[in-house]
Design a protein around this ligand. Structure first.
Ligand SMILES: [Zn+2]
Length: 206
């Protein structure tokens, strides 16, 4: 295990949840939620949609406004397959390093394009003023309960986390070519696990 991977957390720590108590960290206890950030992407989005269709797995895509403007047909495909669309901002901004006015403008632009009141902050990082403004506008901040690091050189092994799943878990994955390869690996195992527990696959309610 590398030093870096020793500091990775498959599940967000309790203090993070306490900092954003009004964010959603968990779903209904009888369901498992797959979420895909950072798309759409001309290679991975169609392939991910194909995998999800075969598995009959509704999911949630937290899209970037600027990518959606580039590939509107992919957003239409996500919607017509019955998946939920959420807002990941117009550009992929880190809240801590972005002045609040600019951050909120970016969130609003993402909202206009996604037409969604579900907001997943990039990197999961928000300043308190940003968090309060998004909540006050009646939007829901959606975090996650499981992060398998599908974007990393060495993602978490499926055996490391799939057996530890609990009903209600929100899993964060990525709509990227690398995320697609990871999804191919885990989807059969996930399917098996939810069947064993009697959970259902679900997209997030808007
Ligand atoms: Zn992201």
């Amino acid at each position: 295990m590398s030093l870096l991977s020793a500091f990775r957390r498959l599940r967000p720590p309790m203090w993070a949840r306490r900092l954003m108590p009004q964010a959603q960290w968990q779903g209904r206890p009888d369901a498992i939620y797959l979420t895909f950030d950072d798309g759409p992407h001309p290679e991975s989005t169609p392939a991910i949609l194909g995998l999800l269709k075969n598995a009959r797995w509704p999911a949630t895509f937290f899209i970037l406004g600027q990518r959606a403007q580039q590939y509107p047909h992919l957003i239409a495909a996500i919607r017509s397959d019955g998946h939920q669309v959420g807002n990941h901002g117009h550009a992929h901004l880190h809240g801590w390093w972005t002045p609040t006015a600019r951050y909120l403008d970016n969130w609003q632009r993402g909202h206009h394009i996604s037409q969604s009141r579900l907001f997943r902050p990039p990197y999961g990082k928000l300043r308190p003023a940003q968090y309060r403004a998004v909540i006050a506008a009646g939007h829901r901040i959606v975090m996650w309960s499981v992060m398998p690091y599908d974007f990393a050189d060495r993602p978490a092994s499926p055996k490391e986390w799939i057996p530890t799943l609990q009903g209600g878990d929100i899993i964060v994955l990525h709509d990227t070519p690398r995320g697609l390869r990871y999804l191919e690996k885990i989807l059969p195992l996930l399917q098996h696990t939810i069947n064993d527990h009697g959970w259902k696959a679900a997209s997030l309610a808007s």
